[in-house]
Design a binder for this molecule. Structure first.
Ligand SMILES: Cc1cc2nc3c(=O)[nH]c(=O)nc-3n(C[C@H](O)[C@H](O)[C@H](O)COP(=O)(O)O)c2cc1C
Ligand code: SF4
Ligand code: SF4
Length: 434
């Protein structure tokens, strides 16, 4: 078994799998069971200021999107930060940390944008002995209307200011959790770095309405005839999270800033992808809420086996794919592929034909006996047929070797790498050459 022990900004845990701040980490009972199941760390459900705890709705707080097999693909919630008293949370955190010294416990915090409010809660969190804090600048509902959560995460100046206060009043690692409800994720990440953050974590949930009831014309989840936007998470948000993580990892201004990757991690493979794109560890919420705490065991054994097979250490994987993330204009235009259908695997459903004939490039022929064949002189290699085919690996994309004829363009495939920046059709390339 590969060694999965993790050191994220000085916070040690036996593996890189942490539970994200959310219902799974809301109380001592949950966190103890999570640690017994194998989780390496937790970010405790977000704490608010001393005083009357927040009040949640008493009707449904979740909406969802499912696949055809009823598998949960996306979860929407209108839950607020913890609705349990601050003191109760702090006492429980201290107790669990003392009992599980090898596991990571990070306190998530969201208080008003006032220096005194931050200083007060930081002093009390420090007394618990937990390993660090995460600043919740992410929640897109409820708290944001009160000037917290994503209302702060959308203003880089506020992020920098609050991060600086935290670095002043707290001497353990400060992780800044970013909202994806922003156009350019690099701006808040840079602000966190400028404020002295030890790391950023992302993503928090995405603003969303998952469904509308067409009888009472109300967004779901419905509370007495009304609904509000909530935060979207789960497998559906993974592509957005991966892209945002990669943007921070490859931008010269934020490159090297440690990242805790969050968003749709359900299997070891999802986690490995986040790590490859630059995350130093991952956090999980929806998968634990859907399948229970033991889901971490597949993550641990899967990642460990993968690293063994590759002969890699955990640190070798972190950031491994970052140099291969580029901008469109640098993609090799001399890389030519064609779709290939494996007739032995084909079940003759015709989906590829319908997709290509109606919406792509009329490059699949339907022959007698429902035999489907690719027409190389029409195929632009878009990959749509691969994606709509219900049989895995039935359609694959095959590279044309340099020197062979591309029947569609009538040109011989060149071996040299050539991209849009030098392409003759690019007016900017011509100007640069003149
Ligand atoms: C019901 C629910 C409550 C959440 N509460 C918090 C919270 O209090 N603080 C926080 O930082 N994130 C909160 N989140 C966001 C998660 O920590 C996480 O960022 C998000 O769900 C994406 O991860 P996932 O796709 O693994 O669920 C919550 C998510 C859910 C579903
Ligand atoms: S790759 Fe695109 S163009 Fe080629 S056969 Fe498939 S759908 Fe048609
Ligand atoms: S979509 Fe796949 S299985 Fe269906 S006809 Fe095309 S190649 Fe065959």
């Amino acid at each position: 078994m590969a060694d999965l022990s993790s050191d994220f900004v000085g916070i040690k845990s036996p593996n890189p799998f942490w539970l994200a701040s959310a219902p799974p980490t809301d109380k001592e009972y949950n966190v103890r069971r999570a640690f017994e199941a194998g989780w390496g760390g937790v970010v405790w459900k977000t704490l608010g200021s001393e005083g009357p705890p927040v009040v949640n709705v008493n009707g449904p707080r979740y909406g969802a999107i499912w696949g055809a097999d009823r598998r949960l693909l996306g979860l929407n919630n209108i839950e607020l930060i913890t609705d349990r008293p601050l003191q109760a949370n702090l006492e429980e955190m201290a107790r669990v940390k003392a009992n599980y010294p090898d596991r990571a416990i990070v306190a998530s915090i969201m208080v008003p944008c006032e220096e005194d409010a931050w200083r007060e809660i930081l002093e009390r969190v420090a007394e618990t002995g937990v390993d660090g804090i995460e600043l919740n600048f992410g929640c897109p509902h409820g708290m944001s209307e009160r000037g917290m959560g994503s209302a702060v995460g959308q203003v880089p100046e506020y992020i920098e200011m609050v991060t600086r206060w935290c670095k002043t009043y707290y001497d353990k690692p400060v992780i800044v959790k970013l909202t994806p409800n922003i156009t350019d994720i690099r701006k808040p990440a840079k602000a966190a770095k400028d404020g002295g953050a030890d790391a950023v974590s992302l993503i928090n949930t995405i603003n969303s309405i998952t469904a509308v009831d067409l009888d009472d014309f109300c967004p779901e989840p419905t509370i007495d005839g009304k609904g509000s936007h909530g935060g979207y998470c789960g497998p559906a948000v993974k592509p957005i999270a991966l892209s945002m993580v990669s943007e921070i990892a490859r931008d010269p201004e934020t490159h090297g800033l440690p990242i805790s990757g969050i968003g749709g991690v359900t299997t070891w493979r999802d986690a490995a992808e986040f790590l490859a794109l630059g995350a130093g560890n991952v956090q999980v919420c929806t998968a634990a809420m859907t399948y229970g705490f033991k889901v971490v065991q597949e993550m641990i054994s899967g990642l460990s086996q993968y690293l063994d097979e590759k002969g890699m250490a955990l640190d070798d994987l972190v950031g491994r794919a970052v140099p291969n993330v580029t901008d469109w204009q640098y993609l090799n235009l001399n890389y030519v592929t064609k779709a290939r259908i494996d007739q032995d695997l084909c079940i003759k459903c015709g989906r590829c034909y319908a997709a290509c004939e109606d919406t792509s490039h009329q490059a699949i022929a339907m022959k007698p006996g429902r035999v489907f064949e690719v027409k190389d002189d029409e195929c632009v290699a878009c990959n749509l047929c691969v994606n709509v085919c219900p049989v895995e690996d039935c359609i694959t994309m095959e590279r044309l070797t340099p020197g062979t004829l591309d029947e569609r363009t009538g040109r011989v495939v060149e071996s040299d790498y050539a991209n849009w920046t030098t392409h003759p059709n690019n007016p900017a390339a011509k100007e640069a050459a003149e």
